[in-house]
Design a protein around this ligand. Sequence first.
Ligand code: FES
Length: 203
Amino acid sequence: MRTVTFLPSYRKIDVARGSTILEAAQRAGLNINVVCGGQGKCGKCVVYVQSGKTEFDRQKYSRFFSEDELTKGACLACATIVQGDLQVLVPESTLIQEQKILIAGRDTEIEFHPSVRKYYVELQPPTLTDPSPDLTRLLWGIQKSGGPVAEKIYVPLEVMREIPTLLRIVTGKLPGQLLSSRAATALLISRRMTPQNIFMVLR
Ligand code: FES
């Protein structure tokens, strides 16, 4: 039997000569990261042999280590055979960390500046005494609903062209009814407007 001492915990375990360091570590209750199942393919089970005799094919697994690491005794636990009593350092990065559930956090104030806003708009139909254009009515409606002032709303030409039709599609009547339609949203958004443009979302 050979005694393997794992550092920094100083856990000791007796194993038969010819066992791997991985087997010894597992028997000692260490949770070594073995992504490839101990096949020498993932390079996750790195340990450092501090003293004692082992058998490890440095050439074969050199892709996992720098020269400096090899000098310090780095090897793969799954591919290193125990030949004598050993002292093996197990870095924290080689161990599977216990999963922790985040149950508390800091409250962060987030100011929202969405590029798309929704305004509830009700418009009066044009009359002989008030024949203002649809666009003007709509912009004033948005302003009245808490949106930007009408003069500051930029309406792209392609949207402007759509507004009379849109209002009539939406309501099926002349503007002045409650505008309520997802189609309006879809129509405006489908125009590929940029965030600088005003998105008039009507419902
Ligand atoms: S467990 Fe994957 S290389 Fe050792």
